[in-house]
Design a protein around this ligand. Structure first.
Ligand code: C2O
Ligand code: CU
Ligand code: CU
Length: 512
């Protein structure tokens, strides 16, 4: 594969995606290759009013963005407002959502058009119990078709917002499903239409979906919810379109929001359980917090069996975790996302560590915990094996249409079934990232357990069992997972860097 290429005629890019917006500029876009420039200065966001577009560095394409300090910081962390349950019946959650454009006054000077669920950024938080029946009606008041996908939840395919089941603008549809017992966990919801996911997500459409256990063994520990999302605003305060860098690498804006706020102030009065979501389009979050003991207690699909002490936590786009934060000292610290090199293409700016939030902590000791947080049943031996291979193709001179992210050599096709599985049959899937960049793997409808990671000739077993629906793969890593399908129908699997998914790094599994 030719990794060094020269993109010309970017205008030719527009052809492939009907609805995705691309940069409409017909300039030479510079030498695009993997790796980081060493001479790139961090101030590339400012000034370049008369920039020369010819032969420009790809990193300079973001020069017309608001400064990072344009949004207020250090304000109290906003709560996630709950979606109102109108059913009045126990075990039944009934609610409605409207997806529509909304203007948000971010500061006295900045009025930004978002696309939002019920006018809220992020969308309203859905909280239900395992075993509940959920009925949610979505009205689509967007200028595009949409769906809602219940990321990670074990819902039947025909209720899971597949791209085949789009709701046209102006139309309404009701999603209804009953959650099984024993699925308590930290999920979320977001659009999943055809070719529109990247845009609808970066315009603001996403919300958390928490499934609570009937019996909460950790009820004595306070909980905070931190939904981390990405925002990229141009100098007029509007959400910027994706540029070529965004499409190639996954979009990263100049802001990381927590519950909709930039660098908020968080107070931890005592040991706290935090649910974390990486709802960013393309940004990896390698989280650290000093002066606190951090224990991983849950992953995408719920609690793990024993608390697992960690120094840092890498969440790739779409992943979630539950952690227990035990402050060791009283004082102020910041929640940081460390520089993480994920092999971006096109001479991107050097990765830096960034503050995500300012945290005031009060020293506390480890709360009493049950001997076992959760019991994760072994699903048994795999009866069959599936293999997936991620590849990238970069062709010179073709703009966006020359960039392809493929699974088993193919781009997503709504009308093609790529793989078939049987309900109830345990399978092992081996996913091989045969590329220079980190990609992750997400599958709809079922949680999986990880069997092994293989990288640089070394095979590593996981240190603990956990339920995941999204897992990262470093370049040339192979991950083996065990999974069993519970429902018949069509399932998607894809890279959760939303630009890659939207460009077709997605496949379809028919469960029979
Ligand atoms: Cu959150 Cu198909 O994805
Ligand atoms: Cu999903
Ligand atoms: Cu990817």
């Amino acid at each position: 594969m030719n990794r060094r290429f020269f993109l010309t005629k970017l205008a030719a890019a527009a052809g492939t995606l009907a609805t995705a917006k691309v940069m409409a500029q017909s300039h030479n876009m510079g030498n695009m290759s993997h790796g980081h420039s060493t001479d790139h200065n961090a101030g590339h966001h400012s000034g370049h009013g008369d920039m020369k577009m010819d032969n420009m560095d790809m990193g300079e394409m973001d020069c017309r963005l608001l400064s990072e300090s344009a949004l207020p910081q250090n304000l109290p962390l906003p709560d996630l407002k709950l979606l109102n349950n109108t059913s009045g019946q126990s075990g039944y959650f009934k609610a409605s959502l409207t997806a529509k454009p909304v203007n948000v006054q971010l500061t006295p000077e900045i009025n930004t058009e978002f696309w939002a669920y019920n006018d809220q950024i992020p969308g309203p938080a859905i909280e239900v119990f395992e075993g509940d029946t959920v009925e949610i009606t979505l009205k689509n008041a967007l200028p595009q078709p949409t769906t809602i996908h219940w990321h990670g939840l074990p819902v039947p395919p025909d209720q899971d917002g597949n791209p085949q089941d789009e709701i046209a603008p102006g139309e309404t549809r009701t999603y209804k499903f009953t959650l099984p017992e024993n699925c308590a966990g930290t999920y979320w919801y977001h659009p999943h239409g055809h070719n529109t996911v990247a845009e609808q997500a970066y315009r603001g459409l996403a919300g958390v979906f928490i499934v609570k256990p009937k019996q909460d063994l950790l009820a004595h520990i306070p909980v905070q919810n931190w939904l981390m999302s990405d925002l990229k605003l141009n100098t007029s305060g509007q959400i910027a379109d994706n540029n070529m860098m965004d499409w190639m690498n996954g979009r990263e804006g100049q802001y990381v929001l927590i519950n909709g706020a930039s660098k908020p102030h968080i107070t931890l009065d005592k040991a706290t359980r935090a649910r974390l979501w990486n709802a960013c389009s393309g940004r990896y979050l390698d989280l650290t917090l000093s002066d606190a003991d951090i224990y991983l207690i849950g992953t995408d699909g719920g609690l793990i069996e024993q608390p697992h002490q960690i120094e840092s936590l890498l969440l790739s786009p779409g992943e979630r975790a539950e952690i227990l934060i035990v402050p060791r000292k009283t004082g102020q610290q910041s929640l940081k996302a460390r520089a993480y090199d994920r092999g971006k293409m096109g001479n991107p700016p050097k990765e830096t560590t960034r503050d995500l939030a300012f945290i005031s902590m009060k020293q506390d000791s480890l709360p009493t915990l049950p001997k076992q947080l959760h019991t994760l049943a072994n699903i048994g031996k795999a009866a069959s094996v599936k293999t997936l291979e991620y590849t990238e193709i970069m062709e010179n001179g073709k703009g966006l249409s020359g960039i392809q992210f493929l699974i088993n050599g193919k781009k997503h096709d709504l009308n093609r079934v790529d793989l078939t599985s049987k309900v109830g049959e345990v399978e092992e899937w081996e996913i091989f990232n045969n590329s220079h960049m980190d990609h992750n793997f997400h599958i709809h409808g079922s949680q999986f357990t990880i069997v092994s990671h293989q990288l640089d000739g070394k095979t590593r077993k996981p240190e603990y069992i956990c339920h995941k629906d999204t897992v990262n793969l470093k370049p040339y890593e192979r991950v083996r997972i065990k999974i069993v399908q519970q429902h018949k129908g069509l399932r998607m699997y894809h890279c959760h860097i939303l630009e890659h998914e939207t460009l077709g790094m997605m496949g379809q599994l028919e469960v029979v």
